[in-house]
Design a protein around this ligand. Structure first.
Ligand code: ADP
Length: 448
């Protein structure tokens, strides 16, 4: 009723005045009065319509018309409606801006395709992975830009549960996993994810399983063969039976050794295996390892010990022992009889260097960067003959990395090698200046 009250009361007043004029001065006066009022109303209406159309043309710049009565009410409601629209427009713009920023930050390539597979939009990562440019390629058919046959087939199949694994058309080093996701009315989102690292890890896993199976197959076949022979011919001479048992024991030990190394590696790699913080007495450990080398060698080599520092190390005694022990046993295994092996411990440029030098067969330069890979061997048969698992240096590398240390390998084929574990100054425990206390003189000392 609020809206109608004012115009109806005005109309009633005008009619009342016209009636009074009619009764007092006659019908002509009343008609002249009514015509005048009508003309005024029309003029006012025209004026307000003009102001309304001006305001509607440019509502942001022109202030809304100020009017009384019904027109004031109309202007007020229109302005309210317009303010609401402006608010929701700015909310929408904010949401769009946020989406734009999020899409730019997404590491995956994303392309929106319309029903005809034309590009509607794409994010910056799609340039890196697919060479697309949002400005340049908008409206282009994606099949003309990515022309590989398997991609076209993938696009046409529109099998949304399928992923296509392929090389990036702009960088063959990158492996992509492509997926199509339908949305809206016949639209599709093409997502390209970089799975290069996943592929690499998967290849390592496959190689690792193949290597472990291969390593276990040979000793298992040997043991199985002897068990069969013994079962088929129980009356074999005792000496032969003894030999078979010895060989079976050898191969069982080999498998045991492999499993031990695998468990050590897996323990070192597990995240929850935190590093112990013990003080490792390196001079004492060096003496023990030199004695071990002596018993492994059984007198076939000259073993030397050169301790030029009394510094200790902070870390895990068990891990450091196992890493340095691996270097020592390798030196014994890869040095022909009559050769020499020297263990040394010294401080050099603030670092602690534990080195194992041998006069063995040496290693050609191209193999050196790969020696710490699991199961990498220069000479497979020599490694197996001497009971190697191919995991020793991988374990050494892991242990050293956990201690912030690294392995240096210097080798000359035919002359020998030096494997040095270099520990950072932060791991050294130096009780006194190394020059004053030297438990072993800095010279080679024969052990074992
Ligand atoms: P393995 O059990 O075969 O010895 P490692 O990981 O300990 O495995 O060593 C990897 C390879 O590095 C060995 O197979 C061998 O070819 C080479 N190697 C390691 N130490 C020496 C060394 N002191 N002299 C010569 N070659 C070595």
């Amino acid at each position: 009723m609020g809206f109608w009250w004012r115009p109806l009361s005005m109309l009633a007043s005008v009619l009342l005045v016209a009636l009074i004029l009619w009764l007092a001065s006659g019908a002509v006066t009343a008609l002249v009065f009514l015509t005048g009022i009508q003309a005024l109303v029309m003029l006012r209406r025209l004026w307000q319509e003009y102001r309304l159309s001006r305001w509607l043309e440019n509502p942001d710049e022109v202030t809304p018309p100020d009017a009384m009565g019904t027109w004031g009410d109309i202007f007020y409601r229109l302005e309210k409606l317009q303010r609401r629209q402006r608010d929701s427009r700015s909310e929408l713009t904010n949401a769009l801006e946020q989406f734009e920023h999020a899409a730019q930050a997404v590491p995956d390539g994303m392309v929106i395709l319309n029903g005809s597979d034309q590009i509607d939009w794409c994010n910056p990562a799609s340039r890196k992975y697919m060479g697309l440019d949002c400005e340049r390629d908008r409206g282009q058919f994606i099949r003309y830009l990515l022309r590989q046959a398997h991609f076209i087939e993938f696009l046409d199949a529109a099998d949304y549960s399928r992923r296509l694994v392929c090389k990036s058309p702009v960088n063959r080093e990158i492996t992509l996993s492509l997926q199509l996701v339908p949305f809206g009315e016949a639209k599709k989102l093409l997502v390209a994810r970089d799975i290069t690292e996943l592929e690499r890890v998967d290849a390592i896993r496959r190689d690792f399983i193949a290597n472990v199976s291969h390593e276990l197959r040979t000793p298992l076949t040997v043991v199985g063969g002897f068990v069969e022979t013994l079962a088929d011919a129980p009356m074999l001479p005792a000496s032969e039976t003894r030999r078979y048992f010895d060989l079976m024991l050898d191969n069982t030990r080999r498998m045991q050794h492999l499993l031990d190394d695998l468990l050590t590696l897996s323990r070192l790699e597990s995240d929850d295996h935190s590093l112990k913080d013990e003080e490792v007495n390196v001079p004492e450990l060096a003496r023990a390892l030199a004695a071990e080398a002596g018993s492994l060698s059984g007198g076939r080599h000259r073993i030397g010990l050169d301790i030029a520092s009394d510094a200790n190390l902070r870390g895990s005694l068990q891990e450091i022992r196992s890493a340095l022990g691996n270097l020592v046993s390798n030196a014994v295994r890869y040095t022909p009889d009559g050769g020499g092996i020297t263990l040394s411990w010294r401080q050099q440029n603030d670092e602690g260097v534990f080195a194992v030098t041998d006069t063995g067969e040496g290693i050609a330069a191209e193999h050196i960067p790969r020696l710490t890979e699991r199961f990498y061997r220069v000479d497979r048969s020599r490694s197996r003959e001497t009971g190697g698992t191919g995991l020793g240096l991988a374990i050494v590398k892991h242990v050293l990395t956990r201690h912030g240390a690294h392995l240096n390998i210097q080798s000359t084929p035919g002359k020998g090698s030096t494997f040095s574990a270099v520990f950072p100054a932060s791991r050294l425990v130096v009780s006194q200046p190394s020059a004053t206390v030297i438990p072993f003189p800095a010279q080679e000392q024969a052990v074992g």
